[in-house]
Ligand binder design. Structure first.
Ligand SMILES: [Fe+2]
Length: 245
């Protein structure tokens, strides 16, 4: 006799309401994410099985550490696509980037260099977890003047805003969209990050959900969170992920 009657039925992860992942480090060997095409194939298979239809890879562009360019990113995209084709994994894989708002980005802005965008001219930007750049307002303004629609990556992860939620609200007044990391809500990055997520969600301040997938621990955390009822509360958010299909 089995006691399964007393257990709640397991939830099979279904991320199809997100459908498009627009923040991840699945491209092999060009940042601190996945390192080999074999890993890319394995992770893509898992994400597809969870309901993703399209994956937009966003390798770091971070001066002095991950000096990626459209050339290095497109070369890694080619390698990944070839490996996926050989493994007969029918997925739409694209690439853009996650730009650190640093001196190197300022140089690119000043040189009017074309940046890699997501969908209809969305630009994914992040900043250091330690401190915002001193000229943050100016960088954001210049990017907007160049026509980019800005998405701030994981607003919940910037420690200096945890006690200063007004600052996050002021980004909204400037038309900046927010991308939350799904696993931030599990406490993976700490209690304060989780608490900030809950606030953002309560105020409907999340347009994009991202995996920000770098490695196996992220995948495990995502899978186990998507096996709980709590995860599906995210369906109530005004998400724009599917508009990128
Ligand atoms: Fe990222």
């Amino acid at each position: 006799m089995s006691f399964s009657f007393f257990k709640s039925r397991p939830i099979i992860p279904d991320l199809s309401f997100i459908g498009v992942d627009m923040h991840n480090h699945l491209l092999p060997g060009i940042d601190d994410g996945l390192q080999t095409p074999e890993q890319t194939v394995a992770f893509v298979k898992e994400l597809q099985a969870m309901g993703y239809k399209k994956l937009i890879c966003t390798p770091h562009v971070l001066g002095g550490i991950h000096d990626n360019t459209p050339e290095t990113i497109n070369a890694a995209l080619d390698i990944a696509r070839k490996a996926l084709a050989e493994a007969e994994v029918p997925v739409t894989l694209q690439a853009a980037a996650e730009y650190m708002m640093d001196d190197e980005l300022e140089k690119k802005i000043n040189a009017n260099e074309k940046l890699l965008t997501i969908g209809d001219n969305y630009l994914l930007v992040e900043m250091s977890y330690v401190a915002a750049p001193f000229n943050l307002t100016e960088i954001l303004f210049q990017l907007q003047m160049q026509g980019y629609k800005l998405i701030l990556a994981h607003p919940e992860r910037y420690n200096f805003y945890h006690q200063d939620f007004n600052q996050l609200e002021s980004f909204r007044d400037r038309g900046i969209l927010f991308q939350m990391n799904i696993i931030s809500l599990t406490g993976y990055y700490g209690k304060e990050v989780k608490r900030t997520c809950e606030k953002l969600i309560a105020k409907n301040m999340v347009e994009f959900l991202g995996t920000d997938m770098h490695h196996q621990n992220h995948l495990n955390a995502l899978k186990s969170f998507a096996s709980t009822k709590d995860f599906y509360k995210l369906k109530d958010l005004p998400l724009k992920n599917l508009s990128l299909l």
